[in-house]
Design a protein around this ligand. Structure first.
Ligand code: NDP
Length: 287
C-alpha cells in the first residue's frame, strides 16, 4: 500500500495565492491589509516568531506593523494600545504574542480585541462564532488549517467518522465543531477517554493534537485512515521536531498522513495571513 503524504507546502501556497489576489483587488481600491503585532518585552522566541510572521504576511500582500511595549508595561497600557488599534481604520487584524509577562492580565487583554480584528481567533466572540456559525470573528488558525488541509487533498468529510484527540480551546474543541459543520460525525477524545486506541481505530479520519511526542503508534490506527498530526513537539531522543504520531511506524500502515515538520504548521501560518486579508475585505464591504 502506498501512503499519500499530505504535505503542507502546496496547501499553504494555494492559500497565499488566493489571499494575494484579494489583496491586489483591495489595493486597487486604495486599501492595504494591515496586521498589528502586539508584543510585550523582548523575548527572543517572540521576536523570531514576529520576524517570520512579517515575511509570511508579505506573501499574501499584508503589511505587518509592530506594536511593542516594554517589559515593565501595565495591563492598562496594553489595553490602551489594543483599543487604539481596534479604533484605527488602517488596521484590519490584531495579533498578540502570548503568554504575556505574568504581571499582565492576559485574559483581559485577550478579550479586548474587537472580534472583527481577531484574526488569530482567540476571543470568546470568535470561538462563539465557530460554535454558532454567526460569521463573527475568525476560527483559531490551526483548527481552520485542519479543514483546509483535508479540503485541498479532496478528503471527503460528509458522513465520515472523525476522532479528534485533544480538547483544547485552540485546536480540539473548535476543530470538532468545524468538522461537524462539514457533516462529519465527530468523537472528541481526551486524556480520560478509556480505550482510546479502540476509538481511534474505528474512525475514518484521526486528528491528533495532544502535544505528546511520538506517543501514538500503529495500534491506534487502521489501514483505511487519514491521519492529521497537529502536534509540534521536540523529540527528546533526537532533539528534532516531531508530531504526536510515531510517523516512522504509522505512515506505512495508513492511507494518508501529514508529516511533522512539513505538514500542518505552514498551513496554519497561511491561514493567519488569509484571515487578515479577509478582515480587510469585510471592513471594506462594511463601508
Ligand atoms: P494542550 O496542552 O492545550 O491540550 C492537549 C490536549 O491533549 C488536552 O485536551 C489533553 O486532554 C489531551 N491529552 C493529553 N494527554 C492525552 C492522552 N494521553 N490521551 C488523550 N488525550 C490527551 O495543547 P494544544 O492543543 O495547545 O497543542 C497540542 C499540540 O499541537 C502541541 O504539540 C502543540 O505544539 C501543537 N500545535 C500545533 C500547531 C500547528 O500549527 N500545527 C499550532 C498550535 C499548537 P485533557 O483535556 O484531558 O487534559
Amino acid at each position: 500500500m502506498s501512503t499519500i503524504l499530505l504535505e503542507g507546502k502546496p496547501v499553504a501556497e494555494a492559500i497565499y495565492d488566493k489571499a494575494l489576489k484579494t489583496s491586489k483587488a483591495l489595493e486597487a481600491q486604495g486599501i492595504t491589509p494591515v496586521v498589528a503585532l502586539v508584543r510585550v518585552g523582548e523575548n527572543p522566541a517572540d521576536i523570531s516568531y514576529e520576524n517570520s510572521i512579517k515575511k509570511n504576511m508579505a506573501k499574501g500582500g499584508v503589511s505587518a506593523v509592530s506594536a511593542t511595549l516594554s517589559q515593565g508595561t501595565t495591563t492598562e497600557k496594553v489595553l490602551e494600545t489594543i483599543e487604539t488599534l481596534n479604533q484605527s481604520p488602517l488596521v484590519h487584524g490584531i495579533m498578540l504574542f502570548r503568554p504575556m509577562p505574568e504581571h499582565i492580565d492576559g485574559e483581559w487583554i485577550r478579550h479586548s480585541i474587537h472580534p472583527a480584528k481577531d484574526v488569530d481567533g482567540i476571543t470568546d466572540m470568535s470561538l462563539g462564532g465557530v460554535f454558532t456559525g454567526s460569521g463573527i470573528g475568525f476560527a483559531p488558525c490551526t483548527a481552520q488549517a485542519v479543514i483546509e488541509m483535508l479540503d485541498y487533498y479532496g478528503i471527503e468529510l460528509r458522513g465520515k467518522k472523525v476522532a479528534v484527540v485533544g480538547r483544547s480551546l485552540v485546536i480540539g474543541k473548535p476543530v470538532s465543531m468545524l468538522l461537524n459543520d462539514k457533516d462529519a460525525t465527530v468523537t472528541l477524545c481526551h486524556s480520560r477517554t478509556p480505550k482510546l486506541a479502540e476509538v481511534t481505530r474505528e474512525a475514518d479520519i484521526v486528528v491528533l493534537a495532544t502535544g505528546r511526542a511520538k506517543a501514538y503508534g500503529p495500534e491506534y490506527f487502521a489501514p483505511h485512515q487519514t491521519v492529521i498530526d497537529v502536534g509540534i513537539n521536540n523529540d527528546p531522543s533526537t532533539g528534532k521536531l516531531c508530531g504526536d504520531v510515531d510517523f516512522g511506524t504509522v505512515a506505512p500502515r495508513v492511507s494518508a498522513i501529514t508529516p511533522v515538520p512539513g505538514g500542518l504548521g505552514a498551513v496554519t501560518t497561511a491561514v493567519l495571513v488569509s484571515h487578515v486579508v479577509e478582515a480587510a475585505k469585510k471592513a471594506a464591504e462594511r463601508k
